[in-house]
Design a protein around this ligand. Sequence first.
Ligand SMILES: O=C(O)c1cc(=O)[nH]c(=O)n1[C@@H]1O[C@H](COP(=O)(O)O)[C@@H](O)[C@H]1O
Length: 273
Amino acid sequence: MNRQQLFEQIRKKSSYLCVGLDTDLKKIPRHLLAEKDPVFEFNRQIIDATHDFAVAYKPNIAFYEALGPKGWESLQKTLEYIPADVFTIADAKRGDIGNTSSLYAQAFFSQMRFDSITVAPYMGEDSVKPFLEFAGKWVILLAHTSNAGASDFQLIESANGRKLYEEVLLRSQQWGSPDQLMYVVGATQADKIQGIRALAPDHFFLVPGIGAQGGDLEATSRYGMNKQCGLLVNSSRAILYASGDKDFTTRARAEAQQVQQAMHHLLDSILGK
Ligand SMILES: O=C(O)c1cc(=O)[nH]c(=O)n1[C@@H]1O[C@H](COP(=O)(O)O)[C@@H](O)[C@H]1O
């Protein structure tokens, strides 16, 4: 899916919601454990319940890897089940020396056919570029993350006065265009998003951290949106585990709809109808 098509989906659904598929066997409703593939069954029902309101799904690979070969199978089935007009993100946070990154890219883009993958920038250009060589695919580079530890390294200032995450944003724009490169910016970093948008005016940002991490959707949207929206805001636990019982799809749908309605108002008020 290209940038224009993504924006068209956002306009069509009046939503820039990404539902994070962080599917945890310890948290899904007990009755699903009797299924042959409880992880896929949970994801299938969550996708059915939320796809009207979501423009992206983001399976966090750790939740699948942790289950061994069965987990990879559930992931593949989930990916195949996601409707074709919804953007898919492999949240794998990969990155290694060039030849290894090429194989990670092959795994997620050729074998599994995700639209995009999250990548850590800290091994530099040659670790990121192999992911950018796949036509029509996207790299989502960690810029300023949502967690408390984000300040350990990302805020360190170099001699030129730029913080490390600012350096990542500026340098990496020489590696790939806004048609293939997005950035992760935590919703808990709403105070910095205006400055981040000034450094990367045209790129899409993947914004995790609303819901369970308490990030601010309104501020993130007001200061982070560009004229193509430019935001995919993720919520995982708040939607997936709105209920741990038989009504989990109804509750997940209601939660996703509530976020979508807030997004609808924000899109209208910031971008106009
Ligand atoms: O790359 C990510 O998606 C990510 C980056 C970041 O800075 N913070 C962050 O929480 N995430 C992911 O976003 C999801 C957030 O989940 P919830 O807090 O349950 O909504 C998890 O899958 C995290 O791994």
